[in-house]
Ligand binder design. Structure first.
Ligand code: S3P
Length: 176
């Protein structure tokens, strides 16, 4: 089985993915890290030097590669926040029988608090210097993206959960 974790920036995809991979003894792939390794560039640098369109094309190509890893069946993949929303990425994920997609849903207030502290390495929001501007951006952006996120097979409200509790909830969902 492959487990795909998706959700907005800072929803915990990578930290939960790493923990769950340890618990289930699966391999963990962080799609952003995979892209960085392929290009030998940080995500911020790719956005700055090559532009977002280049990044989205590369993200689409890398997603297909990691989903088609046939030698390694048991993988947890943490997507980037925007991955589900471009090309037919959600269809590619959902049409595979061996893939389970999980949306980690966080409320606006928690997203804002986390992202205000961690915006520097995130090219889409790094330029926000006022709190109101960032909050407004997150609100609209999440509203647009939710359409794609909600196509995940499972949808988990994780705002009030710690990483261990999220991992436990995922294990319950996939064993149902
Ligand atoms: C993005 C989220 C980032 C990264 C890139 C674009 C997005 O990943 O892929 O900066 O469009 O939301 P995280 O969700 O891991 O921050």
């Amino acid at each position: 089985m492959k487990i795909v974790l998706l959700g907005y920036m800072s929803s915990g995809k990578s930290s939960v993915g790493k923990l769950l991979a340890r618990q289930l003894q699966y391999r963990f792939i962080d799609l952003d890290q995979y892209i960085s390794e392929q290009t030998q560039m940080s995500i911020s640098n790719i956005f700055a030097k090559k532009g977002e369109l280049f990044f989205r094309k590369l993200e689409h190509k890398c997603l297909k590669e990691v989903l088609n890893h046939s030698k390694d069946d048991q993988i947890i993949i943490a997507l980037g926040g925007g991955t589900p929303c471009y090309y037919n990425n959600m269809d590619i994920i959902n049409e595979k029988d061996d893939v389970t997609s999980i949306y980690l849903k966080v409320n606006i207030e928690n997203l804002f608090n986390r992202l205000w502290r961690e915006k520097e390495n995130r090219p889409l929001i790094a330029h926000y210097s006022d709190k109101e501007g960032l909050e407004e951006f997150i609100r609209k952006h999440l509203f647009e993206r939710q359409f794609y996120y909600l196509q995940a097979k499972h949808n988990i409200e994780v705002s009030e959960l710690n990483i261990e509790e999220v991992a436990e909830t995922i294990q319950m969902k996939i064993n149902q």
